[in-house]
Ligand binder design. Sequence first.
Ligand code: PNS
Length: 158
Amino acid sequence: MRRAVYPGTFDPITKGHLDILRHAAALFDEVVIAVLHNAAKAPMFDLDTRLELARDAVASFTNCRVDSFAGLLVTYYQREGFDAVIRGVRNPLDLQSEMSMAQMNESLLPDIHTLFIPSSAGFSFVSSTLVKDVAMHGGDVSNYVTPTVEQALRSVLK
Ligand code: PNS
C-alpha cells in the first residue's frame, strides 16, 4: 500500500489544495493531509478548526484522511512510514521555495521522496493568505474555498 503525506499549514484549506489532492489521491492508495501545529506562526484558525475544516473539505475523497503533526516533517514522515511527500506548485516562486524545502528535507532524510504537483491554471493564484485578505475586506471567496470554510471565515471575521 502506497501512502503519501500532503503537509501544510492549511489556514484554511482552499480549493487549490483540493485540486492538488485530487491528483495525489489518484496516484496513491492513501493520502494524509498533515496539518502543521505551528506555534511560531500565528494562524487565523487554531489547529482544531483547521483540522475540522480540512476533514469537511476532503470528506468526498475515500482514500484521504486528515492528521496533524508538530516538529520536523522528516521525523513525522519516518515515524508514519510514508512513501512520498506531496507539495503543490503554482508558479516559479513556489518552485524556488519548494525546491529548498525538498532539498533540506532530503539532506535531513536521504530516503524521503518529494513529488511536486503543478496546480491547475484556474487555481494558480489561489492561496490561503490571499483568500483571508479578500474575506477580511468583505470580498466573495466562494470560488476559492468550500462553503464550510467560507462560513468559518465569516464567523471569525464578523
Ligand atoms: O502550507 P505551508 O505553510 O506552505 O506548509 C509548509 C510546511 C508545513 C510544509 C513546512 O513549513 C514544514 O514542513 N514545516 C515543518 C517543520 C520542518 O520540517 N521544517 C523544515 C522543512 S524545510
